[in-house]
Design a protein around this ligand. Structure first.
Ligand code: PLP
Length: 400
């Protein structure tokens, strides 16, 4: 939580997203005129007077570089109070730890594997329970709600199948049921969707993905409109200590300046790649919200500005491990595509969710979600699209 400093960017609300991404939370340094944000690495801050706390004391609690980032994230999301953490999962953990034993959370069917692991393998030990519901149908959301349900928790687009959760529908149920809804917006940063505009109470981001965007940091944020919840999360931030270092805050501050530009570029490339994949006989399914054939394309069109993002998932007809290995090796040998975890980087990354992000899900649950052994997720980077297509073309050819 930042106390707005005299550096605050005045009248933020009248500026567009691109302007806020550059200027919110930042002004040239008062002493030197430095335009890039100054990194304040000091752990300890000298106190001006005995018996009176200065604004900054110890960097775990509060740090000037982190405050700039907090202010920028609040401006970009369109309000709320932000708290930033050492990773997206640390942000999620702090959020869920505001619950009490006996509380229940209703989640959309497909959540990031780490979210599942957090709830199933850790928070369940403290009496916090959860269930999944199909959030595409109003009745099934209602069916999943229990008297002790404290939050509706959704991710959109979902990782890795890129289902779109209709935030207007979730908002409708949330309002009627008087249960706040929370969006893990890692796959829909605020340059494309602003969950607060749909009535979300809280937005969670893995900053490690689109927001920072350069494959060089881990970070997370919880941004909430609920001031009591914000206080609780800030308390947990200080208490658990999973803070984001000033250097990492700097990288996010710089990275997010190009968020909208990067989003547009990868959205364009991803659409081209998705259209190419759609034509391949060895591919059984292509998941991309920008395709007309995507089941929730019309919702995606309403919910997303500036394109549909850089992630395209697909299912290969082939499920044999040996052949899949040959596919991956060939893609790597003929293109700059990296085989690895994660997404939203300058580099195009081919991931295999069954052994990576969704390894924590039991195989039957994974397969019921359509994440079969032939399932791949491609996060396109900023390379030339022809070079990405060439690698895929060569890789897919070995499966013919
Ligand atoms: C949707 C989603 N939420 C949360 C996380 C966790 O973020 P982090 O890796 O920064 O801990 C991820 C990571 O991939 C993710 O995809």
């Amino acid at each position: 939580m930042s106390t707005k400093t005299k550096d605050s960017f005045e009248n933020k609300s009248r500026f567009g997203f691109g302007t806020l991404a550059i200027h919110a939370g930042e002004t040239p340094d008062a002493e030197t005129g430095a335009v890039a944000p100054v990194i304040v690495r000091s752990k300890t801050f000298a106190q001006k007077r005995f018996g009176k706390e200065s604004e900054y004391q110890y960097s775990r609690g509060k740090n000037p570089t982190r405050d700039k980032l907090i202010e920028k994230l609040e401006a970009l999301e369109g309000g709320g109070t932000a708290t930033v953490f050492g990773s997206g999962l640390a942000a999620e953990a702090a959020f869920f730890l505001t619950l009490s034993p006996g509380d229940h959370v209703l989640l959309c069917q497909e959540v990031y594997g780490g979210t599942f692991r957090l709830l199933d393998g850790f928070l369940s030990r403290f009496g916090i329970t959860y269930d999944f519901a199909d959030f595409s149908a109003e009745e099934s959301i209602w069916k999943g709600i229990k008297p002790n349900t404290k939050y509706l928790f959704v991710e959109t687009p979902t990782n890795p199948s890129l289902h779109i959760i209709d935030l207007a529908l979730v908002a409708k149920v949330s309002k009627k049921a008087c249960i706040p809804f929370v969006v893990d917006a890692t796959f829909s940063p605020p340059c494309t969707t602003k969950a607060f505009e749909y009535g979300a109470e809280t937005v969670i981001h893995s900053l490690s993905k689109y927001i920072a965007g350069h494959n060089d940091i881990l970070g997370g944020a919880v941004i909430t409109k609920n001031t009591k919840l914000a206080e609780r999360i800030n308390f947990l931030h200080r208490t658990l200590g999973a803070v984001l270092s000033p250097d990492e805050c700097y990288r996010v501050l710089q990275g997010v300046k190009t968020l909208e530009l990067r989003w547009k570029r990868v959205s364009e490339t991803a659409l081209t790649v998705a259209q190419f994949l759609k034509k391949q006989k060895v591919i059984t399914k292509v998941f991309y919200p920008g395709l007309l054939s995507h089941a929730q394309h019309s919702i995606a069109k309403k919910q997303h500005q500036n394109g549909f993002g850089g992630v395209v998932s697909f299912e290969l007809r082939e499920h044999s491990f040996k052949k899949l290995k040959k596919f991956v090796d060939t893609v790597r040998a003929h293109s700059p595509i990296i085989y690895g975890e994660s997404l939203a980087s300058p580099e195009t990354i081919l991931a295999y969710p069954p052994l990576m992000s969704h390894k924590s899900l039991p195989k039957n649950v994974r397969e019921s979600l359509g994440i079969t052994d032939g399932f791949f997720r491609l996060s396109v980077g900023f390379e030339d699209v022809k070079d990405i297509l060439e690698g895929l073309r060569k890789g897919l050819a070995v499966l013919n």
